[in-house]
Design a protein around this ligand. Sequence first.
Ligand SMILES: CC(C)(COP(=O)(O)OP(=O)(O)OC[C@H]1O[C@@H](n2cnc3c(N)ncnc32)[C@H](O)[C@@H]1OP(=O)(O)O)[C@@H](O)C(=O)NCCC(=O)NCCS
Length: 187
Amino acid sequence: MYPVKRSGQRLILREIAVADIDAVFAIYGSEEATEHLSFEPRTRAQVGEIVARSVASAAAEPRTEYALVVVERATEDPIGFGRVALDPHQQRGATFGFALRSDAWGVGYGLETVKLLLGFGFDELGLHRIWGARSPLNAASARTMAAAGMTEEGTIREHILKAGQWRDSVVHSMLDSEWATIAPVSA
Ligand SMILES: CC(C)(COP(=O)(O)OP(=O)(O)OC[C@H]1O[C@@H](n2cnc3c(N)ncnc32)[C@H](O)[C@@H]1OP(=O)(O)O)[C@@H](O)C(=O)NCCC(=O)NCCS
């Protein structure tokens, strides 16, 4: 499926492009935004490689990765990044992730982003199950996924190696039957 575009009340999800390197670097290069993510802040060169790989993955056949930029409709500012990746060994399952630039936090954009990603996965990809893994200390992510109607499932022990330390992850998920009971955000 290409190109992906989903519209919410205040945000749009669209395909990532090479021109988005600085927008992604503003998140992936930031200590604050990556505090609870699975990796330490990236350099601009590393972000350039990630964006290039993401752009290339959109052309894969079959496509298994959807790297999407979150754009504020009013300003056209690319304020965030979202990703849906099909589970290689499960039927109609995918993991997802999301991150916003820190100056865009706290006004409901995280919740809208999660709903747009879930809507894309269930409505357009026909997925059965979407799940995300967060750091146990990531209260903002926990609240955001809960507010979107996702269920906290449990802990994957010592899932992530970050800065030389193993870290647990907490899994949240939603099923297509649950999504069907939730009011859509996209037009
Ligand atoms: C997680 C993230 C996307 C949340 O975005 P946001 O726009 O600030 O979230 P929203 O304003 O939509 O708030 C959604 C819910 O989270 C709560 N929340 C937001 N920030 C919070 C915080 N720091 N601590 C506790 N709760 C928080 C809000 O109160 C709201 O809950 P409610 O509906 O019960 O009131 C943002 O903090 C972020 O990009 N963090 C860095 C990357 C990251 O951690 N991504 C998730 C990886 S699993």
